[in-house]
Every structure is written in structure tokens, then in C-alpha cells.
Design a protein around this ligand. Sequence first.
Ligand code: 7RM
Length: 661
Amino acid sequence: MADTTGGIEAFYLENRSFSPPDSVKSDAWITGSEEYEQAERDWQGYWARQAGDLLDWSKEWETILEWDRPFAKWFVGGELNVSFNCVDRHVASGLGGRVAYHWVGEPGDTRTITYADLLADVERFANVLKGYGVGKGDRVAIYMPMIPELPVAMLACTRIGAVHSVVFGGFSSDALRDRINDAEAKVLVTADGGYRKGKANLLKPAVDLALAACPSITDVVVARRVGHAPSGSEERTVDMTDGRDHWWDSAMESVEASCPPEAMGSEDLLYLLYTSGTTAKPKGIMHTTGGYLTQVAFTHKYVFDLHAERDVYWCAADIGWVTGHSYIVYGPLANGATSVLYEGAPDHPDKDRWWQIVEDYKVSILYCAPTAIRACMKWGTSYPESHDLSSLRILGSVGEPINPEAWIWYQTTIGGGRCPVVDTWWQTETGAIMISPLPGATTTKPGSATFPLPGISAQVVDESGSPVSVGGGYLTIDRPWPSMLRGIYKDPERYQETYWSRFEGRYFAGDGAKLDDDGYFWLLGRVDDVMNVSGHRVSTTEVESALVDHQSVAEAAVVGASDPVTGQAIVAFVTLKSAFTPDQDHGEALRSFVADRIGKFGRPKTIIFTDDLPKTRSGKIMRRLLRDVAEGRDLGDTTTLADPGVVEEIRARASVSPTEE
Ligand code: 7RM
């Protein structure tokens, strides 16, 4: 991770703080502290007001909140439909011609999808799903690139009350298989592939491999993306299994055009999203309907100061992660926003691709991860400087701590010094933004996520769970919020144990944080065994268990080492069984083995072979030491080691290990 502790104070002293310019203040939705005070006086009433103001309900709720810790139910008795709120109501109020998505394919092809287009597609696809027997509560797995069919498939599920489980397109077939099986999904929606870094990344072969061991799947819908290159010149054959696999376009032609939305209970399951925990088994995070949509709509409107009639909003995440669920699909659509949806990489065909898109579409709100900002910094200012970025008004950051240097570069080089930067802290589990400045209201400090939003109650606590008023500790939340996870699918004990047991009466987020003298929150990164690579969560245990599944591996320990661009990089220490030779080729073989198990993003950047791992006398691997070795630091206290010599040996090896380019 980039430096987030020692240097901050010094940096902050030089750069002071940034107050929103008057141009933002003049029409900002929230301009003062009254909003926070109001929300504090009656936080349940505050959320109820948001739910009523921002959403259309077909039936009013009876109870705002039922809280039987750690199980929350929001807006109990209320009914609504998510696709109706995201699409129909905008069309009905005369906004059918408004663009929902300016879609940009990586090869340069584009599509414009209005709210009326979206409605037509969602209704038809809902009928396609119904045709395969999908009904309320059934799970639908979605494994797709960033093409318009992806939000259409998600919204179609919500229209008929089916539960989607989107699996990021970068996951391997094994990871896809495990997620489908845990959710017992009935239907899989996919595509033949997608474009990334100039190449067609094929998905269907991975799907076929996975489905050999997914007994619950009866039907597969395949959208065409790479089967025909945009030029029409390149043909690809895609294996289709008779009776199981259906092309998206022919399926859409053979169904009725209209499909009425189902009224869903506020607490009906909306989606599952699998996320890495501290064990090898991913957790199916459950989000429900009314509270989730309330908080994503609320945060999308106020954190980004959205004025839907004139803003062009771009969240450069992938829909396969929670950021895309909440801030590419549900938040922006609930608010009737116009978004950019981009398929590919930021450096294809050249390193100015993002800035070209900002210029072409006059993007006014940009939301991305610090890892992308740091990559752009590394590429140099000439790329952004050769484009007109004057349309930008608000800049957002998410996924990792943003170091002050990157914050300031973002604010000045990209934002021209006039745009507030909103550093938004939240998690798959929180569903929506929890800690963030409000542009127009909050004076920011470079590198701080500032304060919990109105209605949110977060504290930094010490080892014993007592709140600290200044200084470092553990980030916790002490009362329910509307978009909070409702649990882990099929595992209520793990939910309680993982999130609500470390500190009495508190949700523990897994993050360290610090409060400064002014009460500003500074996020310090994970305190558990979860790595953060380019804003993607990867569990050390998950990578370790993939490695030890390889026939040659005796033992493996994985750590996240600081990386100037990706935040953390995965470094694996591997002990081979004696019949195998630790060399460069073998390192490559292990890296691709892990890529097959988890996906390319979970592949170790470096593998260090060692005859032994440093362990405490009780046999616990000393990760802190391994991290020190991986980061080339001096070793601290090694006296609790069973065999201190091991570290020196590992250190000698670290300098000759195979490392990615
Ligand atoms: C939205 C998302 C969650 C973890 C979280 C943190 C880290 C996210 C920030 C951040 C510092 C931020 N969901 N994190 N946002 N750290 N400042 N603004 O990323 O479930 O994939 O990851 O990401 O460690 O616990 S996630």
C-alpha cells in the first residue's frame, strides 16, 4: 500500500485542506452541517425520509427498522420493484429519451442506450428468464464482460424477483463453478467473450468447463460480443450445447415485449455477491431490496452532488465488483442519471483512453480507484494534458486508501484544481458509501475520507472496544444502516462470527483507521488477512490453498507487499516437495495454476521458493516477517522464531526469485 501513515501529517501541513469552490456550493444538495444534525436527532426517521423521497413504493412500509442484532430488517411491510424504480418510472415521467448508458467498447465501437431502450430490453429479457422457469427467489448467475447486456440481465432478474449472482468476468472457471454451486443457480447468463487490452478474452470455454460440474444449471444464455469482431471481418466459432445454450439475440426475438414488474417485499433478497474473506471459501454476501436501493440512491445523489438532467457520470469500475453493482447500475439508474459504460483497459489503444472518453462525452463526475490514478501518474501528465477535461466537476475515489500525493495529483492534474475529491470508504458488506466528504459541505484533507455520512454512526475503537477520540484503532459501526449486508448466504453463524463478534455490539469492518485532532477519519488498510490488489479483495488463504493444491507444493504462505501502483502485490513463499526443482519455469507454472483456480488478478506477482517458512513455536507462520522480506525491509524482532536462520535464507532467495515484468 502506498504510504498512509508516517507521511500524512507532513504532507497535510504543506497542503492544508481543500474547501469546495463556490461553483460547487452554489447548487450543492447539502451545504451545511444541519443535515448531519437532523440525521443524528432521528436517524431512523432520516432514512425513512430518504426512502420516501428517492424511491417509488407500491406499498408503504409499516415499520422503519426491526433490529435483532446482528439481523436488520428495513422498511418492513413495504413493497417495491427495483427495475421499476431504475427504469419504468423515468420513462413514465417523460425521460424515455434520456441516455442511460453511453457504452464504449474497447475496440472503439459505441452504443447509446436510452431509458426507453433499457426498458424494452429489460422487459424482454425478464420474459426470456421466465421462459426457462425462473421465478421469485430463484438464483441466476451472471458472468459477463462490461457490455450493456450485463445491466439488462441484472435488472431483468430484479423485475421478476429473481436473485442475481454476478461473477466478475476475470474469475476462472473453477471460481465460477464454486459460486454457481453455492448459490444453486438455475440459469447462467454469459457472453462469448469481451475485449481487454486489444485481445478477445473468451468466456464461453471457461463456462463450459465450469458447467461440467454445476448440476443446478438448466439453461445458459450467451450474448454475442467477440464471435464477430466489430468490423465483421473476424469470425469465431462458439461451442453451443443443444437444449442448454441459447444465443441472447434469438432468445430475445422469441418472447413477448412486455413483462410487468413483480411487487417485492422490502426485505426480499436482491442479490448475492461473493467476496473474499479470511478463509479460502468465498462468502455469499446477501443484499436485500428496499434498504439497499435507498442508500445507494441517496449516496449516489449526495456524495457526487448529482444533477441528473445535466451531469454525465462515469464510474470506471467493473460491474462484477460491488462498486459496479451500486454505482454503475443501481444508484445511477435509480436517480435517472446518464452514465458512461466502458468495456476495456485504461491504456488501450493508448494511455490517454480515459481522458479521450472524458473529452468525448463531457464527463462531469468521475469515480475510480487510487490504483488507476497512480498508474496514470506514472504514465505522466502529457496524457491528461492533451485533452479537454474542463467538463469534470467532481472526482471520486474508492477501493483503497488514497495516498496524499495521488489525491493531490488527481485534484490538480485531472480536476484542474476546481473539483472536490470525494474519497469514499465502504465495502461489499456495507453495500453503499459510509464515510465520505459531501462536496459543497466538507472541507477535505488530502488522503482522508473525512466523516461518516449523515445517518451513519462509525467509531474507531481500541483493542478492548472502547472508542478512541484521537489516534489509531479498529474501524467499527455501532448501529444498523439500510444497505448493510443481511448475512452470508446459508451461513448465519459465519455472519455473526465474522462481523459482529470481535467487539461487543459493533460491526467490525476489518479495517484499521485513525482519527486526527479534527475528528477526520484516515483509513489505514486491512488488519486481517485480506489483501487489496488494485482495489480487488483477495484473501491470502485463498491463494495459499490454490498453491497447496498443486502436486508439487508442500507449503505456501502468501502476503500482500506494498506496491507503488497496485497498492499491494501478491508475494508467495513456497516450499516444494523434494522431487521438484525450484526454478523460474516452475514459478511460472505455479503462477498460471493459481490463475486457473482464482483468476489472473489472484496470481502471485512474485514466487519465492524456500526450504522452510518462518514459524512461531506454536507453528503459526510469521507473516509480518515475510512481509518485511517481500518489501525488502530490515527485520525486527525474530526471537520468537523456531529457526531464525530460515529468514536469512529466504532473504537471500528473495533477490533471485522470478518476478513478473
Ligand atoms: C467498495 C469496495 C472493501 C475494502 C475495505 C477497505 C478498502 C474501500 C476505501 C478503502 C481506504 C477507501 N468494496 N477500501 N474504500 N480503504 N479508503 N476509500 O472496495 O469489498 O471490494 O473492499 O476496501 O479495506 O474494507 S470491497
